[in-house]
Design a protein around this ligand. Structure first.
Ligand code: FMN
Length: 168
């Protein structure tokens, strides 16, 4: 088990990264990120997901253009598209694949690799670019790369006393 204080510090220090070095990420580290995704929990353990690992520069460039606030996909060494298989878990596919995404993000951070959740993109365009079908929902495309420049400072969070209710 990981020391809880260290773990909480790790969670708090993770930042969304939007500026990346071109330096390649070793295969074993990409695989660790994929493994972390694979071990996400899912409703009835249906695992309604597939991952598309994109290293092709032309495709990364096209994906970058399909993003509204994610043009930093361009120039990363690798991006992973998290694809939800709608029919495998029609009720839970969004939640299950969201859990995949945070597992991947945290694993990356532990490796010193930055990423950022891309929500603002044309999913129809991006789906075509990577050849997904009509029963596939593209949750997000996570760009991965070593961090370029300074790690952004602490972002804020609502204080616990504003978001927690107690029923004793
Ligand atoms: C569902 C979701 C969608 C997001 N979409 C985008 C996006 O399209 N572009 C972007 O730059 N950041 C995006 N983000 C990143 C958030 O802006 C970021 O997580 C938030 O500001 C908190 O910063 P932090 O992750 O550094 O703590 C998204 C995050 C989530 C969870």
């Amino acid at each position: 088990m990981i020391d809880p204080k260290t773990f909480l510090k790790f969670l708090k220090e993770r930042r969304s990264i939007r500026s990346f070095q071109e330096k390649q990420i070793p295969e074993n580290e990409i695989e660790m990120i994929l493994e972390a995704g694979r071990w996400a929990p899912s409703a009835s353990n249906r695992q309604p997901w597939e991952f598309v690992v994109v290293k092709n520069k032309e495709i990364l460039d096209k994906l970058s253009k399909s993003a509204i606030y994610g043009n930093f996909i361009k120039g990363v060494p690798v991006a992973i598209a998290i694809v939800a298989k709608i029919k495998t878990s029609p009720k839970w596919y969004l939640i299950d694949t969201s859990l995949v995404s945070i597992n991947m993000m945290l694993m990356a951070w532990s490796l010193g690799i930055g990423t950022c959740w891309i929500g603002a993109m044309s999913r129809d365009k991006a789906k075509k670019i990577i050849g997904l079908g009509e029963n596939d929902h593209l949750l997000t495309v996570l760009p991965f790369g070593y961090i370029k420049g300074e790690i952004p400072g602490l972002t804020s969070r609502k204080p616990l006393n504003k978001i927690v209710k107690h029923i004793n």
